[in-house]
Design a protein around this ligand. Structure first.
Ligand code: PHE
Length: 465
């Protein structure tokens, strides 16, 4: 146990953690995932459950992950192992770290394919072929070679940055480019206000129709909250290990959580007015952001400059997330001294690259057709189900249970520093009871008979009437 693990560094400067954690959180999840899931899961009811999950489950777990990561300064596997032991419990808690690494490998495998499509769109939006946006997207995903090529490029970039180590590069890129992405999104929202069906979009996103809620809405919304905040699989814990001791964990978690939510909502406000105005198809699925925004870029003045700029920034946002997905596994192999950091990055990346080919083929030769006649990517769907909707919430549930019930409170208090009593007790209440019950209930709802759930739903609806 007391063998020396090799340190993977600390962030330079106090702000770097916030930028890096925000870089991890803000990515395709916000701009690609959130709108497309809101589109297929019925809009505002999904958005409401998603927001609840962020507050009730996400932020309390983020605080827990950062505090464990920072206290032990190791990769999630070793951090969980040491924290189990230091709290007088067992080292089996390392299992949480292992779940995270498996989730991370699966997530990165499809993340890289979608991010590859973003890279491809930098070029496409600069030199549009004159086709309709949806036909154009169809062409992009119909070619396995094309998708695999861009997936390879993106995976190589991720591997290269991670192998260089967290001290260099990451923080610096994110500091400049993330605010730019934010401004460009705000610009797109203005465009949508002027040219799109803004009011329709507002009501789609914010006026919930509870009859649209099904059990899958809960599972998708919860998974999306974990995915978007990078929780339950070690990324935030791994970054926490490099956070300086004088930074406040609770305030930082709120800042990262709010920024992440803001970007997702802005993306929705930029995309849906255009979807309604140009009829590009609400239930478009994974193609939603590419089709709707390309339509806007095709119509607007300077679209050939703004379009590529947007996709460059989105690719960078994806890169600052993908490196954080790769980090926990690489940090583990490197700190144990099993492999050099560079070699660890190559090995895990190759694995993700290989699995990613499945997602690339799922868009074309392996695609299937759903009940509504839309073609779907069965591999992407299964990977998202296993990693985002099951493994991430499971990892999060275990972290909440560990911190709420097993970790020594003195350790927690010393790591959180001076916090207001009310804030501390509320967080404690959320992590002990609310978050585990909420995740547990959503999991359970997937296997309970529908008739029972209908009764629960009617009970809640009656509270509103
Ligand atoms: N949060 C990232 C996004 O929204 C994706 C991610 C998932 C990053 C899991 C790290 C861990 O794009």
């Amino acid at each position: 146990m007391h063998k020396k693990l090799q340190s993977q560094g600390t962030w330079i400067g106090k702000w770097t953690f916030i930028f890096a954690a925000t870089g991890s959180a803000v990515g395709l999840g916000n701009i690609w995932g959130f709108p497309y899931k809101a589109g297929t899961e019925g809009g505002a009811a999904f958005v409401l459950i998603y927001l609840l999950c962020i507050v009730v489950i996400g932020i309390p777990i983020m605080i827990s992950e950062i505090l464990i990561g920072r206290r032990y300064g190791n990769s999630p596997i070793n951090a969980m192992k040491k924290s189990g032991i230091e709290s007088g419990k067992s080292g089996v808690w390392a299992l949480v770290g292992w779940i995270g690494i498996i989730a991370g490998i699966l997530i990165l495998s499809f993340y890289s394919v979608i991010a590859g499509i973003c890279l491809n769109y930098i070029y496409i939006s600069a030199f549009p072929s004159g086709q309709e946006a949806s036909a154009q997207f169809g062409e992009v995903i119909s070619s396995p070679i094309n998708l695999i090529f861009w997936h390879t490029v993106f995976m190589a970039l991720t591997m290269w940055i991670v192998s260089a180590g967290v001290k260099d590069g990451i923080g610096r890129i994110v500091k400049i480019l993330m605010p730019m992405l934010g401004f460009l999104l705000i610009f797109m929202v203005f465009y949508a206000v002027l040219k799109g069906e803004f009011l329709k979009a507002l009501s789609f996103l914010f006026a919930p129709d509870f009859s649209k809620i099904t059990t899958s809405t809960f599972l998708t919304a919860m998974g999306q909250a974990f995915f978007s905040l990078s929780l339950g699989m070690g990324s935030i814990m791994a970054y926490g290990a490099y956070m300086s001791k004088d930074q406040k964990i609770i305030t930082t978690s709120f800042s990262v959580g709010s920024l992440d939510t803001l970007i997702a909502v802005l993306a929705g406000l930029a995309i849906f007015p255009i979807v309604f105005a140009f009829n590009t198809g609400l239930g478009e699925g994974p193609g939603l952001v590419f089709v709707s925004l390309s339509e806007a870029f095709n119509q607007m003045n300077f679209g050939r400059i703004i379009g590529p700029l947007f996709f460059i920034l989105l690719s960078v946002a994806a890169l600052s997330s993908s490196i954080s997905i790769l980090e926990p596994g690489v940090a583990y192999l490197a700190e144990e001294g099993f492999l050099r950091r560079e070699i660890s990055a190559i090995v895990i990346s190759l694995l993700c690259w290989f699995i990613g080919i499945g997602t690339a083929l799922g868009f074309n030769i392996l695609s299937t057709v759903d009940d509504l006649g839309e073609s779907v990517n069965p591999i992407l769907n299964s990977l998202e189900l296993i990693s985002v909707q099951i493994l991430q919430p499971l990892g999060g549930l275990l972290i909440a249970i560990f911190v709420g019930w097993f970790m020594k409170e003195a350790l927690i208090k010393s790591e959180l520093g001076n916090v207001n009593k009310i804030i501390y007790s509320s967080w404690r209440f959320f992590i002990k009871f609310v978050a585990p019950l909420a995740v547990g209930f959503i999991f359970l709802s997937q296997i309970l008979p529908e008739s029972f759930l209908v009764q629960v739903k009617e009970f809640f609806l009656s509270l509103f009437n």
